[in-house]
Design a protein. Sequence first.
Length: 145
Amino acid sequence: MFTLKEDVLHDYEFLLKRLYEKVPAPASSGERFIMPRADVIHIGNHTIIRNFKEIADRVRRDPRLLQRYLLKELATAGTYDENTGALSINIRITASSINLLLERFVKQYVLCPTCGRPDTRLIKKGKVFILKCEACGAEQPLKPF
């Protein structure tokens, strides 16, 4: 019958402690990621997202990148005002549709597909964007947009 000796057990505990010291701590505290809802107003045939800068900051993405995604998905033009942090879209669209597009953006381009955390950043290699997770270290190429 096999028995563990105390020195082997001690070595195991020492190695386990050393492993936990070397593994980086998670970038976030583990609370659930909650994205703010779009604050939408309509002026004629234009839709304005007043808290667009806040949304881009929360998902840790450049507002220009998020603007490019939304405008391509909506197949329309629009302008981003850096002074007010608002995005003006040249069509009339409901707030629920915008929130749905934002949730899809977060799922595809923010959340890590491996661990599900929002602690990611985009790295551009040539023409390809790579989603790099700061929590688990996973990398995944993304669809262009």
